[in-house]
Design a protein around this ligand. Sequence first.
Ligand SMILES: [Fe+2]
Length: 346
Amino acid sequence: MLLFRELNRGKCKTYLIGCARTRKALLVDPVRENISRYLAFLAYHQLTLDAVVDTHTHADHPTGSFQLRDLVDARLIMHRRAPAPGVTHHVEDGDEIAVGEARIGVLYTPGHTPDSISLYTDGRVLTGDVLLIGGTGRADFAGGDTGAQYDSITKKLFVLPDQTLVFPAHDYRGNVSSTIGQEKQHNPRIAGRSRVQYIELMASLKFPMPEKIQEVLQPNQSAIDDDRAKFPDLAELNRVRQLAADEVSAMLGASDPPLVLDVREPTEYHGPLGHVSGSVLVPLRELAARASELEAHRERPIVAVCRSGVRSTTAAAILVGMGFERVYNLKDGMVDWNDRKLPVER
Ligand SMILES: [Fe+2]
């Protein structure tokens, strides 16, 4: 009844989950360079691509999700904290994804990134980069949080039945699958460790920064697929001052209120999360070309805003690079602004 297959045969895994009766299929974590192979596989097996899921915003390879969504009109599903525009369905912990007659449960498992989910179906769990076979994903970049990762693994994944098969998004040692029971007992990073011990261990592992991380991460975060696009580097991004939603709200109520610069797409600006009253919309992809429109506001503080605070950090870094001095970022974006029940317009 359920079709299940790993399609890459490499270190980076892409899984197909399909419904044998309706021939509808879901791809998890497609890699851009393999899109033609996936489409050929689907056609050969007479499957229709119904949906694509990214378990998180990837930092190590360009995602194939945006292109697949456009090529075959598939739904693009990610957690609601995912930064990129163009995700057609946002999910949260406990949601269910239907693919034909198959049902796939969503577990929110942050840690590796703030938008990491695991997928549970038919005795299998796809763990993204949170729980690996005999390892765990690193949690030291892209908003990672080692403590949250420990909680995700121990409270969301290790409570699944012991015989549940584990399929991670990466494996560097040639493993194909494991089980929850096996990882609970023998995973050298986490088995038998307390939360504090796990955080200490992860901090002691001095991982090198992946090559070209910003060149991969920023297009995946922003869905800007243009080779000519120039993104700020890490040092520039780190210079952006982050403000919590409450701080921005207080600034807006004071004298000399900041200009709120919303860098999302127009559909998002008028979408379910709404926008801050009086904010100016300049999508990130147009910012460099339209920066002259902001010249009149050079003397004012500017707060950059997007969905989850990632694209807007890029935007703020671009403005800092152009010599704007009082530029801030709304941390965690409109998702957090809405969670705090701050006022929006739609
Ligand atoms: Fe990852």
